[in-house]
Design a protein around this ligand. Sequence first.
Ligand code: 21W
Length: 243
Amino acid sequence: MKIDILTLFPEMFTPLEHSIVGKAREKGLLDIHYHNFRDYAEKARHVDDEPYGGGQGMLLRAQPIFDAFDAIEKKNPRVILLDPAGKQFDQAYAEDLAQEEELIFICGHYEGYDERIKTLVTDEISLGDYVLTGGELAAMTMIDATVRLIPEVIGKEASHQDDSFSSGLLEYPQYTRPYDYRGMLVPDVLMSGHHENIRQWRLYESLKKTYQRRPDLLEEYELTAEEEKMLAEIKENNNHEKS
Ligand code: 21W
């Protein structure tokens, strides 16, 4: 996968040199290029200007971003504008991006954009409902979530088959050695070696956590007959706890 990033702050992207994304680059599975659009600004290197019609703050000018964009060698890229008013990023969107050969991210900072920049883009995406100082951290988050889904980036030992959000349920609790840590014990079922009981316990705990913390996820989720029964039991127990 080839990723081009248009940003005024390329030095913010050092996190992508490390961990799984860094390894993917070393292995040649991922090629990232940075383009500081300040280098393309004509008028005394100014990248922003006042909004027509008046108002607070400055807007990123179209010219530096268009010229930086034109200088990128590209065939058929997805072009993603990081925008707090965009569609909210999620796991399904990461899975979609992971299928692409070429991604271009356009990051703003502080303010808004001249609307005409949007004619370059295929997708306008937000990370969520909170205000950041710019698009850089949002782009890094999206790149991290996307790159780990590229085949060969994560080996089968760290498979993402049972990730929360790709299964549709939150993950069940997990424990590793020792059995007794400061008096806190590992649940007996996990020590039993009884695989069917362990499977049922994990499924029950996943459903319980999802019901308590993220009931919105259950609305999207297709329950099996077994899960339907467990969920009824969870709701029953939950009512007893409340009263
Ligand atoms: C913050 C840009 C505030 C614009 C029209 C009139 C990219 C982001 C960002 C930023 C404003 C993302 C306005 C979640 C984010 C980002 C910087 C305000 C005011 N518009 N996802 N007045 N949150 N943020 N615009 O902040 O660039 S993706």
